[in-house]
Design a protein around this ligand. Sequence first.
Ligand code: PEP
Length: 255
Amino acid sequence: MKQPYIIANWKMQLSLNESLSLFGEIDEVLPEKNKANVVICPSYTALAKINEINTRKKIKLGAQNVFWEEIGAYTGEISTKMLEEVDCKYVIIGHSDRRKYFKEDDDVVHHKLKTVLDSSLVPIVCVGEDFQQRQEGKKDYTIISQVTKAFSGIDFKGNEKVIIAYEPVWVIGSGQAINAEDAEYMHEIIKQTIIDLFGVGIFEKIFKIIYGGSINAKIVKTFLVQPNIDGVLVGGASLNADKFLEIIKEANDIY
Ligand code: PEP
C-alpha cells in the first residue's frame, strides 16, 4: 500500500501567528488513522515555534532551504544541525524559487544534497523544466540533466531516504496543473535516470518521487493513482486549512 507524501510549502507567505494558527487548525482535524505522510514546511521562525506545539507528531516538519556548510561565518544561512535541533525531519532543496531568485544551480543543489544526506534530514530535491524548455521539446533532457547533476557521485549506503519533487516550473502557482499522465511520464524519466545511476535496488529502497504544481483536492487523486507518483508538494492550497485537509482526505480515501 502506498503511503503518499502530502507536503506543504508555506514559502514566505505567513506571519508567525498565522503559521501557528494554520498549523493548529490542520493538526486538530488530522485523523488519527491517517495513511498519508503529512509534512509542513513553514518559515524558519515558525518552524521552531510550531515544533513546541507539535505534541501529537502526526505532522512532520520540514524546512524550505538549508546551507551546505555545517558551521561557520555564513551570515544569513542555516545548517542541518540547526534544523535538527527543532525536530525538523525534511528539507526542500533547489526549489524553483531558489533557482530563479537566488541563482541556485545544479551544482549548489548537489552540494546541499551531500550535506543533507550526512544528516538525519530527508532531502526533497526539486527539479522541473520551464515553459520554454518544454516548448522546445527539451523537457526530458532538462530533467535528466538536473537529476544527473544533483545525484552524480553520491555514494548511497542504502539506509537513506530521498524525495524528488517534479515541479514543472510554469505551472507552479498558476492554478493549472499539467495532467496526471503527463506527470507520470516525467516521473518515469526521473525513475529511469536514478536507476541508470544507482541501479534498481537503490531506487526502490531509497527514492520516492512526488509531483508539485497547482495541486488541489479536485485533481489530487488523479495524480496519486499513477504508479510512479508517490505524493504531492502543495504550495497555494496548503495555506488554507480546509483546502489542505481536503487534499489529505482525498489521499486517504484512495487506499
Ligand atoms: C510550489 O511552490 O512548490 C508549489 C507546488 O506551489 P503551488 O501548489 O501553488 O503551485
